[in-house]
Design a protein. Structure first.
Length: 385
C-alpha cells in the first residue's frame, strides 16, 4: 500500500511522475531502476540481525516494488494513494466490494466491461441478494430515477470501450454524495493522463493496467486510487483478505511501462486519429465510434473531461455479419484478438443484436500508413463475394 508523502508530491508534471517518482538512488548504490523485491516476507529488526526498522512484513500486505508503481499512479490520478492487484478485475471487484453489503442496490452503466457487469448482475445478485439497475448513463435524470433508498454504489465506465458511452462525472458525483452513495469508475480507456475522475468527486478510480498503463501486452494487473481512508480500508480488507495482490515482477514491468506512457499514448492518439479519419471517409463504412472525432455523439462530455484520445475505436461496415467477420479475418497487421492498449494493432468482431455488426479495433504503434493500406486492401475486396 502506498500513500503519497510530501517528498513524492514534489513531482507534479505527468512526464516527471512517470519517469522519476519513486526513484531511490541513495539506498540502492545509484541503481537507476529500483530493485525487484521478489521476497514474500520481510524479517524484523532484532538485536543481532543488523536489520534497520522498516514498515514491511509480508508481500500480500505491502512490498517496496509495488509501492513505486502505486505512487506513480496515485500521483497521476491526483489521489492520496493506490493499491495494485493481480488483474484489473481484482481491482474492480475490490472497489465494488468496498461499498456494497448484502441486500443493497447498485446502479451500473450497462455498457461497462463484461467482467464488472457479470460480477454485479450475476455474482453479487445471486450470492448476496444485491439488486441492480443498468442505465445508459448519458442522462442524469435516468440515474437519479434509478437510485433507491438502499442504493450503495454507482458504478461507471466513461468512456466505455465498445461504443464509448460517456457519463457526466461531476453531476453523478454530486447526486451520489448528497445521498451517501459510493462511486467507482473504470478509467482504463482514458488512463490517468487523459482523465482524472477523483478531481470531479468520484470516490474510487480503477484501471486494468494490462492495457495502456503497462502497454506491452506482457503483464496483467489492476490498480485502484482513492483517498487515504478508502485505501487503508481496501488494503486491510479486500486486498489482504481476498488476496489478489500484484506480484513484484508484474510491478516491475508496470513501472517500466509507465515510464513511456506519455510517449506511447500520444503516438496511439496520432495513429488512431488517422485511422478513424480514413474509416469515416470510406464509402463501405456505415458508422465509426471514435472519442475525439467530429462525429462523436457525446463530443461535449469528451471535451469537458478528456484531454486526449488514443488508438481504440469501433466501426460498423455496410453489409452482412458474414462480410464483417470476413473483413476482420482478411487483415494482416491487425491480428484477431480481444485485448487492447499494447504496442500491437488488434481487431475483433463484437457484433450483437443491440450493437449491429460492430468491429472493435485497436490501433498500435506500427507505421500508420501500413495500417491504413492494410484496411484499404481488405475493404477493396470486401464485397467481392
Ligand atoms: N476494464 C476494461 C475497460 C477492460 O477492457 C478490461 C479487460 O479487457 C478490464 C477492465 C479487466 O481487466 P483485466 O483483464 O486486467 O482483469
Amino acid at each position: 500500500m502506498a500513500i503519497l508523502t510530501e517528498k513524492d508530491k514534489k513531482y507534479t508534471s505527468p512526464e516527471d511522475i512517470c519517469a522519476h517518482l519513486g526513484d531511490n538512488y541513495a539506498d540502492f548504490n545509484g541503481a537507476v531502476i529500483p530493485p525487484i523485491f521478489q521476497s514474500s516476507l520481510f524479517v524484523q529488526h532484532t538485536e543481532t540481525n543488523g536489520v534497520k526498522e522498516h514498515p514491511y512484513t509480508y508481500s500480500r500486505s505491502e512490498n517496496p516494488t509495488l509501492e513505486v508503481a502505486e505512487k506513480k499512479i496515485a500521483a497521476l490520478e491526483g489521489g492520496d494513494g493506490a493499491l495494485v492487484f493481480s488483474s484489473g478485475m481484482g481491482a474492480m471487484s475490490a472497489a465494488i466490494m468496498h461499498f456494497v453489503r448484502a441486500g443493497c442496490h447498485v446502479v451500473l452503466v450497462g455498457t461497462c466491461y463484461v467482467g464488472a457487469n457479470t460480477f454485479i448482475r450475476e455474482y453479487l445478485y445471486n450470492k448476496f441478494n444485491i439488486s441492480f439497475t443498468a442505465v445508459h448513463g448519458g442522462d442524469i435524470k435516468e440515474i437519479e430515477d434509478a437510485i433507491r433508498p438502499e442504493t450503495a454504489l454507482i458504478y461507471l465506465e466513461s468512456p466505455s470501450t465498445f461504443v464509448f458511452h460517456m457519463q457526466d462525472l461531476e453531476a453523478i458525483a454530486r447526486i451520489a454524495k448528497e445521498r451517501g452513495i459510493g462511486t467507482v469508475i473504470d478509467n482504463t480507456y482514458a488512463t490517468p493522463l487523459h482523465q482524472q475522475p477523483l478531481k470531479h468527486g468520484i470516490d474510487i478510480v480503477c484501471h486494468s493496467i494490462t492495457k495502456y498503463l503497462s502497454g506491452h501486452s506482457d503483464v496483467m494487473g489492476g490498480v485502484l486510487v482513492a483517498n487515504e481512508e478508502i485505501i487503508r480500508s481496501v488494503q486491510a480488507n479486500e486486498r489482504v483478505l481476498i488476496g489478489a495482490v500484484m506480484d513484484p515482477h508484474q510491478a516491475y514491468l508496470l513501472i517500466r511501462g509507465i515510464r513511456t506512457l506519455p510517449l506511447r499514448l500520444a503516438q496511439h492518439g496520432e495513429n488512431g486519429k488517422r485511422v478513424a479519419a480514413f474509416l469515416e471517409s470510406h464509402p463501405k463504412i456505415e458508422r465509426v465510434f471514435y472519442p475525439g472525432s467530429e462525429s462523436f455523439a457525446q463530443k461535449e462530455l469528451f471535451e469537458k473531461y478528456l484531454s486526449g484520445t488514443n488508438g481504440l475505436m469501433s466501426f460498423i461496415p455496410k453489409g452482412t455479419e458474414a462480410q464483417a467477420q470476413k473483413l476482420v479475418n482478411s487483415l494482416h497487421y491487425f491480428q484477431n484478438g480481444f485485448s487492447w492498449g499494447g504496442f500491437e494493432s488488434l481487431v475483433t468482431y463484437v457484433g450483437s443484436p443491440e450493437r449491429g455488426h460492430l468491429i472493435r479495433m485497436h490501433v498500435g504503434l506500427e507505421n500508420v500508413d501500413s495500417l491504413i493500406d492494410d484496411l484499404k486492401n481488405a475493404l477493396d475486396s470486401y464485397d467481392k463475394e
